[in-house]
Write a protein that binds this ligand. Structure first.
Ligand code: H79
Length: 480
């Protein structure tokens, strides 16, 4: 290596703080290990700067994921056959040729789309931010793009930018907006990556020669220019960039080019799916809630409301409001955020079953939101369940057996206990790491005091005969 380059690398290292190992300079060679050639904001900022950058996101706890694109037209059916799996994957799962898939754009005219109504829905659900698919793996840009003509303004009769409209409504209605962008997989751009499904045995698991090309060229011609557009054309948004499905094609060098771009937006939050060795700001468990969260790390569980992200006309397997609320409470009690998905149809309508559930969640949050927003993880922990000493999960690790009696969230001077099952007579805690000064039910407007009896380091709180809410009644313990 040339000396000048080595000096530059070492200079970069001095600002790349954190967990990364130091470079080992051995003659002409050095090992970057986990250290990044282009330091990311997480490598260079102070803990106080990080806390300030993450503050709104940590308080938010509940966000709306929106998967919306051309895949909402076939809606899970291709050539008369129902295609299994998640709806936004239909091009890959059904091996649809690039030209046939791209032709869907001519039919895309979502005249029922209302940015106002979607933002109002998120707000009525108690959600504090929205993340929308600006481009999914199919490569179709749901925004006005000069960088690539396969976009909603240029390639469809709609000729409008729904993301611009959403950004304006989010500003008006006071909610944050983030952009999902599939930076690595792109099934319609030459050189874009594709995960393997079925018998896709061509190089890079492509199923149409039109997909073949060079990944770095794809990044330079499409993904990076489009990320620039997204980062500069929407005012103070995006608040979040949500990357997805990194592959080995995303080398540290290429990812570094994207990081250099992200670094120009010092308030931006981005997730752990860029690739190239970057960890980003957030862990993103998909379709599961980790047993104990990720202590010391910001995290967000993204989950579907039925079994698909992109709209599928015949997926009616909607989770109950009870399940959705339990998930939100469970996640909050482990210090994470819940990014709950909706999948609008090809006209832009949000399925009524999704609207109904979100509104019911919002009704609970309107009463009990104090126990969720801005709270910290539980001071207890075992209430979430425990690892089996005999049963193994599919990875051969001890299986987690959840319990669903209660969860707890924490404020500086309060402990919240979200009761799913209503105890007879009183609620007991073996041990409380704080001094409890009083108790009441959050849904009781008068905050009538409940009798607290101390027993050693534990307490008993006398409860009325019935729960105030069939899904979760919040018991508040005031503490000092
Ligand atoms: O955008 C949503 C998904 O489309 C995306 N991430 C969320 C937020 C995602 N892309 N890939 N994956 C999630 C995981 C890959 C799953 C796979 Fe499969 C299993 C790819 C091939 C086998 C699921 C089943 C998709 C095709 C068959």
């Amino acid at each position: 290596m040339k000396t000048s380059k080595l000096i530059a690398a070492l200079a970069a290292l001095t600002v790349a703080a954190g967990t990364a190992a130091f470079a080992q300079v051995q003659g002409e060679h050095y090992k970057m290990s986990e250290t990044h050639r282009v330091p990311a904001i997480q490598d260079t900022e102070t803990p106080a700067q990080r806390d300030a950058r993450m503050a709104w996101w940590r308080e938010a706890r509940f966000g709306m994921f929106i998967h919306w694109g051309l895949y909402s037209i076939p809606a899970g059916t291709w050539n008369g056959k129902q295609i299994p799996g998640i709806g936004e994957w239909i091009m890959n799962t059904a091996s649809i040729p690039v030209a046939d898939y791209k032709a869907l754009a001519k039919q895309f005219n979502p005249t029922a789309y209302s940015a106002h109504d979607i933002v109002a829905l998120a707000k009525s659900a108690g959600m504090k931010y929205i993340v929308i698919t600006s481009k999914h793996h199919d490569g179709f840009a749901m925004f006005d793009s000069k960088a690539d003509p396969f976009n909603i303004v240029d390639a469809t009769p709609y000729h409008r930018d729904p993301i611009r409209e959403l950004a304006e409504e989010c500003r008006k209605q006071g909610i944050k907006l983030g952009f999902y962008y599939s930076q690595d997989q792109d099934w319609t751009a030459p050189g874009g990556a594709a995960y393997k499904t079925g018998n896709h045995d061509r190089p890079n698991h492509h199923w149409d020669p039109a997909q073949d090309g060079n990944f770095a060229d794809y990044l330079h011609k499409k993904a990076i220019p489009q990320l620039k557009e997204l980062l500069t054309n929407y005012g103070d948004f995006p608040a979040v960039i949500w990357f997805d499905t990194p592959t080995a094609d995303m080398t540290p060098e290429l990812a570094g080019e994207i990081v250099a771009l992200l670094n120009q937006h010092p308030n931006l939050i981005w997730n752990n799916r860029l690739g190239g060795g970057y960890k980003g700001d957030t862990e993103t468990p998909e379709q599961f809630i980790p047993a104990r969260g990720y202590p010391g790390r910001d995290w967000e569980a993204c989950m579907t409301i039925n079994d698909t992200w992109g709209y599928k006309s015949y997926d009616l397997n909607f989770k109950s409001t009870q399940t959705l609320l339990r998930n939100l409470i469970d996640i909050s009690s482990k210090g994470g955020n819940y990014l709950l998905n909706i999948g609008p149809d090809s006209k832009g309508n949000v399925p009524p079953a999704e609207v109904e559930r979100l509104q019911q969640m919002g009704q609970w949050l309107a009463v009990n939101g104090e126990a969720i927003y801005g709270t910290q993880a539980t001071l207890f922990g075992d209430e979430a369940g425990s690892f089996s000493t005999t049963e193994k999960d599919k990875n051969g690790k001890p299986k987690f057996i959840p319990k669903w009696d209660w969860r707890s969230t924490t404020a500086p001077d309060k402990i919240y206990v979200e009761l799913f099952t209503w105890p007879k007579g009183s609620f007991h805690l073996d041990s409380v790491p704080r001094n409890v000064t009083g108790a009441y039910l959050l849904a009781d407007k008068s905050h009538a005091p409940l009798k607290v009896t101390k027993s050693g380091s534990g307490i008993d709180v006398a409860l009325p005969g019935h729960a105030l809410d069939p899904i979760a009644t919040v018991l508040v313990l005031t503490t000092n």
